[in-house]
Ligand binder design. Sequence first.
Ligand SMILES: Nc1ncnc2c1ncn2[C@@H]1O[C@H](COP(=O)(O)OP(=O)(O)OP(=O)(O)O)[C@@H](O)[C@H]1O
Ligand SMILES: [Mg+2]
Length: 200
Amino acid sequence: MSPYRYTAQASTSSASDTEALGFALGCCLRLGDVVSLNGDLGAGKTVFTKGVARALGIEAPITSPTFTLANQYQGSSMLHHLDVYRLAGPEEAYDLALDELYESGVTIVEWGDIIAEELPPDAMRIDLRIELEPVVPPGGGGPAQPVDDPNQAWEDLDSGRRIDLIGIGPRWENRAAELDSALAPWRNEGGPGSPGEASC
Ligand SMILES: Nc1ncnc2c1ncn2[C@@H]1O[C@H](COP(=O)(O)OP(=O)(O)OP(=O)(O)O)[C@@H](O)[C@H]1O
Ligand SMILES: [Mg+2]
């Protein structure tokens, strides 16, 4: 029998909306959970993680660990925030003692696919995709074109994100109803989710 798969599709309309979605998911996370975040540069992985951190009661500013590889924050449980963009592959993750990290808190891994073999099989996988929106070319003439370089064009702007979540195995099966209700405001393109809650 194939293992249980929890799946959800969400959309967000701004950075703060993505952070609010991260908060909603963070309220469902427990000690030992691992979340692998994937998506292009600027897709919103760190923004999402900020929401998770806030749900764990962490008030410290969350900065991208692109150079440090791993940051740790103490909240209602420990948050390990990893960014493995600079690793060439899973073998380079050896020094991070990942199994011990996973046991001792909630772990979020930006660019998790790079170390896919070192992730637990029941890590939740979240893919963030920038939704390109047509823009009117400079000068206003001609038909609207999709943006060529979304990172450049949208650096400080809010735009849509499509966010897919997949969790395999009993870890997520046991929480499916909780996840469904937490993520409901962002599913089915129903407009912006609930604005940032103060606590879970
Ligand atoms: N709907 C949205 N959700 C998330 N971020 C958005 C959204 N719309 C615009 N943004 C902007 O996109 C950027 C996302 O940056 P962020 O650092 O979270 O990306 P990242 O995926 O962590 O990138 P990197 O791979 O470089 O770590 C921010 O500047 C944010 O303001
Ligand atoms: Mg990041």
